[in-house]
Design a binder for this molecule. Structure first.
Ligand SMILES: [Zn+2]
Length: 178
């Protein structure tokens, strides 16, 4: 069912686009492995300007992409990475924050006032410090011992360039269960 454009809601547009996608589908989504082929997970911001796959030269099936406000390491990122590493074979984790992020130049209190949500918003004062903190937080989790490379990058939304800020490598670990 197709509504005139002025009456179509966003949901209508999504469903219509999906019909076309499903009809023309050529990728092997139904039969491909759920394990990311490059054994990679990327944690990045939800910012609408970041085309993660294009920025990093990734293709469907190659990586897990975990997005949230700021591209910060949260409880939910840890939950996902525990599964990425132990169940789905991920060994490299990249945290990619970006310039002009909405979480810079604001305080937690300002964001609480603005949203009415009594949450920790993880605002970013300094990207390099935030990336180091997030990378260290990942490395500190015993259940993420299967990660062999953890890196923090900054994506410049104006130039499109990515700059590495911190890279940590460590030997392959058998993991907490032996
Ligand atoms: Zn952002």
């Amino acid at each position: 069912m197709s509504l005139p454009p002025e009456e179509a809601t966003e949901l209508d547009r999504l469903l219509e686009a999906n019909s076309a996608y499903a009809a023309a589908r050529t990728d092997d989504g139904a039969t491909a492995s759920a394990r990311p082929r490059r054994r990679l997970a990327v944690v990045t911001c939800m910012d609408a300007r970041i085309d993660v796959f294009a920025v990093l030269g990734l293709h469907l099936g190659e990586a897990h992409v975990l997005r949230n406000a700021g591209g910060r390491v949260t409880e939910d990122v840890l939950r996902s990475l525990a599964l990425s590493t132990h169940v789905l074979g991920v060994r490299t984790v990249v945290v990619m924050q970006h310039t002009k992020c909405g979480l810079t130049g604001v305080t937690d209190q300002e964001l609480r006032d603005r949203t009415g949500a009594d949450l920790g918003f993880l605002p970013i004062d300094d990207h390099e410090a935030a990336l180091r903190e997030d990378v260290e937080q990942l490395l500190a989790q015993p259940y993420l011992s299967l990660m062999t490379t953890v890196a923090g990058l900054i994506f410049d939304v104006e130039s499109g360039e990515v700059r590495p800020i911190v890279t940590r490598q460590r030997p392959v670990s058998p993991g907490p269960s032996g």
